[in-house]
Design a protein around this ligand. Structure first.
Ligand code: 5GP
Ligand code: ZN
Length: 112
């Protein structure tokens, strides 16, 4: 997808600090971390947001969650973590390639 920053990270035209990669997904450190550990997990397929997830493409979302615990452990989040996804303007989504923030490294406090 042209002009998608995360597609450019996938194709390597924008560098990233990767922590996990396979044929379906990529996980890398957020450029502006909001917690001591702040990873972004994305599918390699361009899906704009949760609104665009459907029966045809949901396998890759399940795949991301099947790897999340392993990725969290690999970056030292043995005491817990939070996974967040923003969808649309009210949630403050800024990059319209679906992504899951994997956050931790401190006590996060209650959010919901
Ligand atoms: P959103 O606000 O859409 O939920 O999250 C987008 C996230 O992507 C933000 O936390 C932002 O810091 C991160 N981000 C945006 N551009 C880049 C980039 O070029 N590299 C990396 N590593 N993270 C980025
Ligand atoms: Zn994209």
């Amino acid at each position: 997808m042209d002009n998608c920053v995360f597609c450019k990270i996938i194709d390597g035209s924008i560098p990233s600090n990767k922590v996990y990669e396979d044929d379906k997904m990529l996980a890398f450190h957020d450029i502006q971390p909001e917690t001591p550990v702040h990873i972004v997990m994305i599918p390699k397929e361009h899906i704009a947001s949760v609104d665009e997830v459907n029966a045809e493409n949901s396998d890759v979302i399940a795949h991301i969650f099947s790897k999340a615990g392993e990725i969290a452990a690999s970056v030292g989040l043995e005491n817990g973590y939070r996974i967040v996804t923003n969808c649309g303007p009210d949630a403050g989504q800024t990059v319209f390639h679906i992504h899951f923030h994997l956050m931790g490294g401190k006590t996060l406090g209650k959010m919901v």
